[in-house]
Ligand binder design. Structure first.
Ligand code: HEM
Ligand SMILES: *[C@@H]1O[C@H](CO)[C@@H](O)[C@H](O)[C@H]1NC(C)=O
Ligand SMILES: *[C@@H]1O[C@H](CO)[C@@H](O)[C@H](O)[C@H]1NC(C)=O
Ligand SMILES: *[C@@H]1O[C@H](CO)[C@@H](O)[C@H](O)[C@H]1NC(C)=O
Length: 324
């Protein structure tokens, strides 16, 4: 039989815990089991959606991974990138790193609809994007991992944040490192996460200066890329080339193998192997794909932890393109 003093002690403990939980919004942790009871079907729904999207177009897996990166670097992983512009709302989609470049929103919409059917108003768009990015990597041959969940969706977006926080491809190594450091990510995280460029495509406008004006590039490779990307700014700006020249739909360590033979497509890619501090890590990832995969997973989990909205912050959007 519980004595009165025990009950009081228990009540005090519960209250202290409640106060701690409410006061420290940021202390609420994401957890792999967040939807174990409320929506155990979310994993099959997201995986099914990504499998059918990738079966239709292999590049879309890359596009989804990039959406996750561009979402997380701007006010945290809160699906702010998914919000459409309206006459009275400026989102992130037309910021310089995103305009004419980010893609895959229809795939997230389709997955969100499927998830809403099985568990309405439970799973955030931010969490769907985190799971979809993981599944994309795994389906294309890369590693898999348990995704931490419990993020909520923002009611805001930041056009200026998208312009200022996402590194441009003209960046040098020091600046690349500092863009990632600003998000709490290390130089190792930066090099490992850049390995995402083993999949996907880039537009001429983003690699023109590197292939025409720089000397740390293989001459034959430069000529090949020049043939699909006119030197004059404004012509052929959206022409595409693969970031990994041989296998842009397979997630492996070939991206790094290209760098050591000066076949990086973007200026920023070649910066990772250009006589600087990260050369040795590139060599490590070439000799050990498992080290690359392990560091990549660590980086993705850290990136997914950037400033989540939790508890009663934000909302669970019904439609990923607009606030409720
Ligand atoms: C290190 C700094 C980075 C820079 C400067 C950079 C820059 C770029 C640029 C310029 C493109 C081509 C966009 C276009 O021309 O439309 C691109 C594509 C891509 N980026 Fe990055 N990126 C970086 C890091 C990352 C990270 C950390 C990830 C993911 C974790 C990532 C994933 C991708 C993917 C998958 C694509 C291809 C997307 C597609 O085909 O739709 N990038 N990146
Ligand atoms: C985005 O790109 C479109 C098409 O190229 C262009 O018309 C528009 O001005 C761009 N938006 C911003 C904000 O730069
Ligand atoms: C890049 O680094 C230089 C110094 O090396 C600095 O002046 C510049 O502001 C940086 N640019 C960005 C976008 O961080
Ligand atoms: C190459 O550099 C020259 C001199 O700075 C510049 O005029 C030209 O526009 C650049 N070309 C490209 C394709 O970046």
């Amino acid at each position: 039989m519980a004595r009165p003093s025990c009950s009081i002690g228990l009540a005090v403990t519960v209250m202290v815990l409640l106060v701690l939980a409410l006061a420290g919004g940021s202390s609420v942790q994401l957890s792999e089991s967040f939807y174990s009871y409320s929506c155990p079907g979310v994993f099959d729904a997201v995986k099914g959606g990504m499998q059918s999207a990738i079966a239709q177009e292999k590049r879309i897996g890359a596009s989804i991974v990039r959406l996750f990166f561009h979402d997380c670097f701007v006010q945290g992983c809160d699906a702010s990138l998914l919000l459409d512009d309206t006459p009275s709302f400026q989102g992130e989609k037309t910021a310089t790193p995103n305009n004419g470049s980010v893609r895959g929103f229809e795939v997230i919409d389709a997955i969100k609809s499927a998830v809403e059917t099985i568990c309405p108003a439970v799973v955030s768009c931010a969490d769907i994007l985190a799971i979809a990015a993981r599944d994309s990597v795994a389906i294309l041959g890369g590693p898999s991992w348990d995704v931490k969940l419990g993020r909520r969706d923002s009611r805001t977006a930041s056009f200026s944040g998208a312009n200022n926080n996402i590194p441009p491809p003209t960046s040098g190594l020091a600046n690349l490192t500092s863009f990632f450091a600003a998000q709490g990510l290390s130089q190792t995280d930066m090099v490992a996460l850049s390995g995402s460029h083993t999949i996907g495509q880039a537009r001429c406008t983003n690699f023109r200066a590197h292939i025409y004006n720089e000397t740390n590039i293989d001459v034959g490779f430069a000529m090949m890329r020049q043939s699909g990307c006119p030197s004059t700014s404004g012509s052929g700006d959206s022409n595409l080339a693969p970031l990994d020249l041989q296998t842009p739909t397979v997630f492996e360590n070939n991206y790094y193998k290209n760098l050591v033979v000066q076949k990086g497509l973007l200026h920023s890619d070649q910066e990772l192997f250009n006589g600087g501090a990260t050369d040795s890590l590139v060599q490590t990832y070439i000799s050990s794909q498992s080290t690359f995969f392990a560091d990549f997973v660590t980086g993705m989990i850290k990136m997914g932890d950037i400033s989540p909205l939790t508890g009663s912050n934000g909302e669970i959007r019904t439609n990923c393109r607009r606030v409720n």
